[in-house]
Design a protein around this ligand. Sequence first.
Ligand SMILES: Cc1cc2nc3c(=O)[nH]c(=O)nc-3n(C[C@H](O)[C@H](O)[C@H](O)COP(=O)(O)OP(=O)(O)OC[C@H]3O[C@@H](n4cnc5c(N)ncnc54)[C@H](O)[C@@H]3O)c2cc1C
Length: 425
Amino acid sequence: MSVIVAGGGMAGAACASELAKNGIDVTLIDRHDYTQFQPLLYQVATSQLPAEDIARPLARMFRDRAQVTVVTGEVTAIDVGMRTVTTDARTFGPADQLVLAAGSQANFFGVPGAAEHAFPLYTVRDAELLRRHLRDRLRELSKPDSDGALTVVICGGGATGVEIAGALAELFRALLDDGKLVGRATVRLVELGKVLLAPFTDRSHRYALGKLTKMGVDVTFGVAVSSVDIDSATLSDGSTVATDTVIWAGGISGASLVASSSITPGRGGRIDVAADLTVPGHPDVFAIGDVANVPDPAGGTFPQLGSVAQQSGTWVAKNIRALREGKAPTPFHYHDKGIMAMIGRNAAVAEVGPHRHQLEGPFAFAAWLGLHGALLSGFHEKGDALMNWADDYIHHARAADLELEESVGRIAWSDDASDRPNLEL
Ligand SMILES: Cc1cc2nc3c(=O)[nH]c(=O)nc-3n(C[C@H](O)[C@H](O)[C@H](O)COP(=O)(O)OP(=O)(O)OC[C@H]3O[C@@H](n4cnc5c(N)ncnc54)[C@H](O)[C@@H]3O)c2cc1C
């Protein structure tokens, strides 16, 4: 009697952990030997955290759980009828239950050149590639005789676009104030809609726009990036921006793994699931987290959020236990802790709980820490390390040193070699 979980992100890891607690054997398959913590990717991209601090070896996470077998491999085919999973090495299963938890990928919406030349921000590797690119460009601009210019174009004003825009604006300002930036570095954010942080309320829209504008970010609404080249981006209003740095925060779709199964994808290339998170027609196959369109009681679907991923993972494990006890699986109930976004040091917006109690500034940052501390509890047992890092982050404007001297602030998780992911960057 065993379960296969395909994908070891927030949803898959939470599911495997809960299954193991219930004494159920599970094979957890991921293309990486680590799980990653996406909410802090923008910190890696802007050199405020090293990549290895937001990636944790799965083997280490489950070292005390004999029921969990961690497999590193690229899933190339899923047979939902047989409940087997094929990786580049071999086929696993048939399993008694199969859980699909492969997350999302960047959606370039067919914009010419975007997949080749833009920088998405979805994986640790994405963040590290962007960091290295920015470091090299900033080093050029720090030379005493530099008359160069860097215009970073950010496509999309959702949480990812706003967070990276704020972090970059702070970085450039700090370098300038320290006399380390000789050339010009600017941030331009384009958003097709009329507001930043669309899922938030108007008050948060205004706060985010006010803060970013004050930080020097040039925000344009009603405009999309319509093509990307190696040294320019063309916008939907016909204008062209000279840039070799387009950050793609324009949207996501379900992981490519969906196409490796016989499941017909639903909206956003994701898997439509029933209220109990089963794939219709397959009572022993579940989809959770970002890869699933999870129905909410209001008739829509839950957003692609860490808390939805983690809770759906735990819920499925409970439903699998129920099945094994001869009981019916139950509809997913989401405990809504709210939505939040970081705009910069002491500048955040938070709409807390199902009633969206609004917070801004330091209070919102505190709420962000509370929520992300809870999310990280599935990732790392040393929650106090996050708090120490946050204190350091707030009180020491270190960014100006980072790009040029490569001394990055750390979350002090551990010095143990077994706790280091194989990043292969
Ligand atoms: C930049 C960014 C910032 C975010 N900030 C926040 C935030 O502040 N708060 C919040 O709540 N949420 C945030 N999110 C969303 C949150 O991170 C996701 O909702 C959550 O990670 C989804 O978990 P998941 O397990 O479904 O997918 P993932 O965490 O993406 O995990 C999927 C796993 O599947 C693996 N995989 C995929 N395909 C294959 C394959 N073919 N073979 C083998 N393995 C495969 C991947 O390697 C990965 O480990 C953010 C997301 C991003 C991108």
